[in-house]
Design a protein around this ligand. Structure first.
Ligand code: OOB
Length: 559
């Protein structure tokens, strides 16, 4: 292992790394210094818009440098992890860039995460600090953060976003960390001196995951810059673009495909919005002249329907609508361009690396019916049958990939890496795809035990583990059920212990609430059964369960 990758990460083999370097896929530049170059070329241009707040490029990098210095003053050293759980706003961006400058690694938690997830992410990453909003949607994040500090030995500081007067005295006000500096030149020089190694992690992303609890994915400066350049190219992003950041920005898609970071790297403008509701999104598109946005299919559907019903605000400036995170039904895909006036770009990607997109000049048929092809010329793909043989084009198989922005292992997870990666470093995402003769992929299904609820990934194993907290449950199986809005919802089948009372869905949700789990993981439906169908090798036959619940939903009384 080379000296600059941190313990627990899996580096690319030396010869592969040398190849990526010699071809220029890895530039050996940090995200922070690249951003400074962009800012130096357009200091007075607005980089970030958040409601009435408009941050110029000069101010953005100035604040990021000042924040880098303050993180250092707090005692955060290069390579220390900062758990970041922030809503979409300018503060998220400045804090993230401050981390990039200081070599502190942000761990990208979701706003929906609760104690169950945050405890796991903080301990797995050995985070030394956590950044949260004081209060968001009636939830007291600041209090939870202090409870975590009390429980976790590595976690010391809570950085809290909110009115200073009401802060818990133990919190560091985020407003102070992110405030403009006093002396730009010396803060810049100080931040330059903290420059991290481009092969070190820029951030930790959270895997959708099929195991009990999510894994961390260390994305290096080199790999992430590569990811940004390649996705910016297929979105044909330029400095004239205005990107609407409306999905939770800690997801890889809105963060970096090309997302917030890609837009800043080309000198464009980012508009942050905390929720994708059509009324506010459309008003913002119109007011700010948004040219590109990213949505999950459920959001794209709402936008189409809203526009058809109201014909209200104008999305005239919207050049591209990227849709990904789960399968976009062809019917909706066909309506995006006619209704919203934007070119559709389908995006089939993963936090683990590989991003596929349709190209803007592809024939309509490709744009509407496929999830595109890899964004980078060095992305390698294999599509394998269950015996590990390559399948011919046109036949479904499991996708495996390697490339310059697909890390070779999860962080600190050697046993899991044995299963998730094939010899030779091929990452298997668990998606079943068909490759057409033109190289475009169509996602057919999955062979991983996960539920994709409107783009939020839920591990079946994690849900089943939580089900046993109901003392009455003998055995439980979590499966997806079809849903017209979210694509999939979460259904749990349960066998009740002999002589015990059958729990209700309300009982289940209460137990999940008590376990302080993210709300998107609460089961949507509970089916009590006498026994579960088994496969020949003695595993629960989830295919039968998925068919069963789909059938039940068809019945008139099914919902
Ligand atoms: C994105 O990333 P993750 O890590 O939340 O989830 C990855 C998984 C994929 O393995 C696949 O199962 C599913 O999400 N997925 C899609 C899809 N895009 C993602 N399934 C069908 N069609 C699509 N277009 O979801 C993500 C990361 C970067 C860009 C876009 C999405």
């Amino acid at each position: 292992m080379s000296h600059h990758t941190r313990t627990g990460t899996v580096p690319w083999p030396d010869d592969v790394a040398a190849h990526y370097r010699s071809r220029g896929y890895w530039e050996d530049r940090t995200l922070g210094e690249l951003l400074w170059e962009v800012a130096d070329a357009r200091p007075t241009q607005v980089a970030v818009v958040d409601g009435d707040v408009r941050v110029t490029y000069r101010e953005l990098v100035g604040r990021a440098d000042a924040a880098a210095g303050r993180l250092r003053e707090l005692g955060l050293e290069p390579d220390d992890r900062l758990l970041v759980q922030m809503p979409n706003g300018w503060e998220f961006i400045v804090l993230t860039l401050g981390c990039f400058r200081a070599g502190v690694i942000p761990v990208m938690a979701l706003p929906a995460h609760r104690r169950h997830e945050l405890t796991h992410l903080a301990s797995l990453s050995e985070a030394r600090a956590v950044a949260v909003p004081r209060m968001l949607r009636d939830f007291d994040h600041e209090r939870l953060a202090h409870e975590l500090v009390a429980e976790l030995p590595d976690l010391e500081h809570v950085l809290a976003l909110g009115e200073t007067g009401m802060l818990d005295p133990r919190s560091v006000p985020l407003a102070e960390v992110l405030a403009p500096g006093e002396d730009r030149e010396s803060e810049r020089a100080a931040a330059d001196a903290m420059r991290p190694d481009p092969d070190s992690p820029a951030c930790f992303l959270i895997s959708g995951g099929t195991t009990g609890l999510p894994k961390l994915i260390a994305r290096t400066h080199n790999d992430y810059v590569c990811n940004l350049r390649a996705t910016s190219a297929t979105a044909e992003l330029t400095e004239h673009d205005v990107y609407l950041g409306t999905l939770p920005a800690s997801h890889n898609f809105p963060l970096a495909c090309p997302g917030v970071l890609g837009t800043l790297l080309v000198g464009g403008r980012v508009v942050m919005l905390p929720s994708p509701s059509p009324v506010r999104a459309f008003a913002t598109i119109e007011r700010e002249g948004v040219t590109i946005a990213a949505a999950v299919p459920a959001v794209a559907q709402r936008w189409i329907e809203h526009q058809e019903e109201t014909g209200g605000a104008s999305t005239r400036t919207l050049r591209v609508l990227q849709v990904g995170g789960s399968r976009l039904p062809d019917e909706y895909a066909a309506r995006i361009e006619p209704v919203l006036g934007a070119r559709l770009q389908q995006v089939f990607g993963m936090a683990e690396g590989l991003i596929n997109t349709t190209r803007l000049d592809d024939p309509t048929d490709v744009i509407v019916r496929t999830q595109g092809r890899p964004v980078h010329e060095a992305d390698e793909i294999r599509i394998l049958d269950p015996l590990g043989e390559d399948v011919p084009d046109g036949e479904p198989g499991s996708i495996y990939t390697r490339g310059p922005y697909t890390p070779r292992g999860y962080y600190n997870a050697p046993e899991h890496n044995q299963r998730a990666f094939l010899p030779g470093g091929w990452y298997g995402s668990g998606d079943v795809v068909v490759r057409g003769p033109d190289g475009n992929l169509v996602v057919h299904g999955r062979d991983k035990d996960m539920v994709n609820r409107g783009g939020e990934k839920i591990s079946a194993e994690e849900i089943e583990g939580l089900m046993y907290r109901l003392g009455d449950v003998e055995i439980a199986a979590a499966v997806s059920m079809p849903d017209p809005v979210l694509g999939e919802r979460l259904c749990v089948y349960a066998v009740v212990k002999q002589g015990h009372r059958a729990p209700t869905l309300e009982d289940v949700r209460e137990v999940f609430a008590r376990a302080e789990v993210a709300a998107f993981k609460y089961p949507d439906r509970l089916e009590i059964v006498d026994h579960l169908p088994m496969t020949k090798v003695g595993k629960i036959d989830k295919r039968i369960l998925r068919e069963d619940i789909a059938d039940r939903l068809q019945e008139p009384s099914g919902r």
